[in-house]
Design a protein around this ligand. Structure first.
Ligand SMILES: [Zn+2]
Length: 123
């Protein structure tokens, strides 16, 4: 498997209209298919079910320190399959470590979270 270590953001504009502000400047985030309104910052989730994103998981882990899969699931309200996908994705990016079934952020993950937190969408 090829992992892009530079993790460069690739934003592509989609044809979606933001349901909050009506802007057409909605960018598709890489990997997961979530979309971000670059006008108001609203995150548009493709799935109908409650979706969990990498950022939400990072935020939860940052707050809690470490969590089991089960707790993470309760806290984010996502489905097994979906949480599993995101967790796998984050692990492969080196953002998460899994020690005996307990997840926590790696140093890289904490850096990634801070970057995301301070980032303004749309550039
Ligand atoms: Zn918007």
């Amino acid at each position: 498997m090829v992992v892009n270590m530079s993790h460069r953001r690739t934003l592509r504009f989609s044809k979606t209209t933001c349901p909050i502000c009506g802007s057409k400047e909605v960018a598709r985030d890489n990997n997961k298919g979530d979309m971000l309104c670059t006008n108001c910052g609203h995150i548009i989730v493709r799935e109908d079910t409650k979706s969990v994103g990498k950022f939400e998981i990072a935020q939860t882990l940052k707050r809690e320190g470490k969590m089991s899969f089960e707790k993470l699931k309760q806290s984010t309200g996502s489905s097994d399959a979906q949480l599993y996908n995101v967790v796998q994705n984050m692990s492969s990016m080196g953002l998460l470590q899994d020690i005996m079934g307990t997840y926590s952020l790696t140093k890289k993950g904490q850096r990634w979270y801070r970057q995301r937190l301070g980032q303004e969408w749309g550039y």
